[in-house]
Design a binder for this molecule. Sequence first.
Ligand code: TYD
Length: 140
Amino acid sequence: MQNINLVRMLDFQQKGDERGQLVVAEGSGKDIPFEIKRVFYIYGSDADVVRGCHANRKTEFVMINVAGSSKVKVKDGEGNEVIYFLDKPHTGIYLPTMIWKEMYEFSKDSVLLVIASEHYDAEEYIRDYTVFEKETKMEK
Ligand code: TYD
């Protein structure tokens, strides 16, 4: 399986009216393609900070810049990489398991909402790119 081909942008419906916008992110395949077990958000990161730099053995994610913007670089451990730009509260990026991710170029007002399929378990994070490359090869 080429995990990088599973990475995709999601467009959420904007339920706007004269009062403003509302976006719904319901789990279990409705808007988010998994059952939601955890939500966290990242803000206050300077423009020159690089966050992430890990892959997850078990967790899938959707990331949404609900305010501001950031970039997400994904790598598959086999030399392929793609850069996504998140700048709309009604679009997100879906990340499957076993994909390397780096978040960077945060705007001052960036609030990056992250929706996850699993509870936090530090053991399922791969934070060493060499280990990620090895485990990617072992999966083949
Ligand atoms: P980290 O994974 O380094 O953040 P990022 O992916 O943005 O670089 O997490 C920062 C800290 O927060 C680290 O000490 C682990 C902790 N943490 C939790 O306790 N629970 C969580 O769900 C997450 C994502 C992080």
